[in-house]
Design a protein around this ligand. Structure first.
Ligand SMILES: Cc1cc2nc3c(=O)[nH]c(=O)nc-3n(C[C@H](O)[C@H](O)[C@H](O)COP(=O)(O)OP(=O)(O)OC[C@H]3O[C@@H](n4cnc5c(N)ncnc54)[C@H](O)[C@@H]3O)c2cc1C
Length: 465
């Protein structure tokens, strides 16, 4: 472990709201337990690869335990597809280890650069959420160290199932995950068979996405919310399946699945300007080109697994394109019962002048965890530059609309929600708090996200807290 543990300025992927914390980098599970036992007046929070967009892995004035110096390990049982993985290991490393042997994680988010601990803490969802649910639905055990240093093994249906589900989506506030056992899915190639359909507006995107969900394992819609007029929300719906055929025989004879190169282009340098290099006009042109590049008639093609699941990963530090002011990703979900509210909500935020550079639409379903984000309905993830005048007020209005129709925003992406809306959006919060308090009665686990939203406790935050 770093003994001097220098203070470090940390942000999330959106690069807004930096705060300073003492960052410990334990090199063994025992050292991670010791770091947690040591505690800190301002509490402790684990941090993986810092891909949550907001302040979930920050702890102003307190301690942050980085999992990145812990040993990377991934032990695969070839017969069952169960993999025992240490928490700091990235999903990309897991894929590189298991895919050549015919296995793939059951759920992956839109980037390979998330740690297993981070994937569990946000209970991340992927393009197959409508079919397979979220990440923790495929986790068989979680090894957690709780404040005080005790190690507990949690299973989804064992005696401490409530602690398992409080940790799944618990934003690191139940303890530090050290390792997990994952049930992987069997695949026979490293390629995806992808059907692409162009859509003319938001209603059509929703319709095509719903239809695709009925048959395809992986679905998602890119929608254009910079396009003005009747084309608002036009898009490209992709429906994917793991491609199978010829390699089946190779797998059966013990040969490995050929792994396509996991390429990365150069990283974006730090931008000197506040607003970066992305501007609405340029993004509108980019969207136009992206839309036109998609086939006018539905088309099927084969794509390598990396590009299909992680299209943004080819450009390192793409978040820097937004400049010093950074960006935020606003992701919300609304239940099916409120389907007819989605288009008016989008119309309103666009009319408020919010430039939405990238928008992704997806169908979700309910998950077991009390702090889980997904619910049966529609989710939209909106990438927005932070340096926009009036953004706060426009998004506050959107928050209110989301809460009014029984929806919620995703804590792993959030950087600005008002605390008073949290209990409405997460009605099972008291249940989560009760289990969390049992694991951490001294309330050692704290983060900037937790303080901003009064997650751990609804007691008023002291001025100096
Ligand atoms: C380009 C991009 C695409 C994305 N796509 C998706 C998507 O499709 N679906 C989706 O659901 N999310 C998506 N995300 C969000 C991302 O998957 C989550 O924020 C994830 O939690 C990040 O993992 P991390 O290792 O970077 O964790 P960090 O950002 O470092 O931390 C996130 C949370 O996990 C906790 N944590 C980290 N490690 C541990 C540990 N060992 N024990 C306990 N708690 C821990 C932290 O305390 C914090 O609360 C995306 C993010 C990016 C940047």
């Amino acid at each position: 472990m770093d003994t001097d543990a220098p203070d470090q300025l940390l942000t999330g992927w959106g690069r807004t709201a930096p705060t300073r914390a003492r960052v410990l980098r334990p090199t063994s599970p025992a050292a991670a337990g010791a770091a947690l036992s040591e505690g800190s007046e301002r509490g402790v929070i684990p941090r993986g690869l810092g891909r949550s967009y907001g302040d979930a892995a920050q702890n102003a004035g307190g301690t942050v335990i980085s999992t990145q110096a812990l040993p990377d390990r991934c032990e695969l049982d070839l017969q069952t597809g169960r993999a025992w993985v240490t928490a700091g290991t990235s999903l990309g490393r897991v894929i590189e280890a298991v895919l050549p042997r015919g296995w793939f994680p059951a759920v992956v988010p839109g980037t390979q650069f998330v740690s297993i601990g981070g994937a569990i803490a946000s209970d991340v969802h992927g393009k197959n959420h409508h079919r397979d649910g979220s990440f923790c639905g495929h986790v068989r055990t979680i090894e957690l160290v709780v404040p005080g240093g005790e190690r507990v093994t949690l299973t989804p249906d064992g005696p401490q199932a409530d602690a398992f589900w409080a940790t799944a989506g618990g934003m690191g506030l139940t303890g530090v995950t050290l390792a997990a056992e994952l049930q992987l899915r069997s695949v026979t190639t490293a390629q995806m068979r992808v059907d692409t359909t162009r859509t003319r507006d938001l209603a059509h995107s929703m319709q095509v996405l719903r239809e695709a969900d009925a048959t395809a394992q992986y679905t998602v819609a890119w929608v254009d919310l910079l396009c003005r007029g009747r084309g608002l929300g036009r898009g490209v719906v992709t429906a994917g399946e793991h491609a199978s055929p010829a390699e089946l025989e190779a797998i059966a004879t013990g040969a490995s699945v050929p792994l396509p190169p996991n390429r990365r282009l150069a990283s974006v340098p730090i931008m000197p300007t506040r607003a970066g290099v992305l501007h609405p006009l340029a993004m509108r042109m980019f969207n136009e080109l992206y839309f036109r590049a998609a086939p006018a008639e539905p088309l099927q093609r084969v794509e390598p697994i990396w590009g299909y699941f992680f299209p943004l990963d080819v450009v390192g530090h793409w978040n820097r394109l937004y400049g010093r002011a950074g960006m935020l990703q606003y992701q919300f979900v609304i239940p099916d019962a409120a389907t007819d509210r989605l288009i008016p909500m989008v119309d309103r935020v666009v009319a408020d002048g919010v430039p939405i550079y990238l928008a992704v639409l997806k169908r979700l379903r309910d998950v077991p965890g009390p702090l889980g984000f997904p619910m049966r309905g529609w989710t939209l993830a909106l990438d927005i530059p932070a340096a926009v005048r009036g953004l706060g007020a426009a998004l506050d209005r959107l928050d209110t609309s989301v809460a009014e129709c029984g929806g919620r925003i995703y804590l792993a992406k959030d950087s600005r929600l008002r605390a008073e809306l949290l209990p409405r959006m997460y009605p099972r919060l008291p249940e989560w708090r009760a289990v969390r308090d049992r694991l951490d009665p001294g309330r050692v686990m704290r983060s900037d996200l937790d303080r901003r939203l009064s997650l751990v406790t609804s007691e008023p935050v002291r001025k100096d807290a």
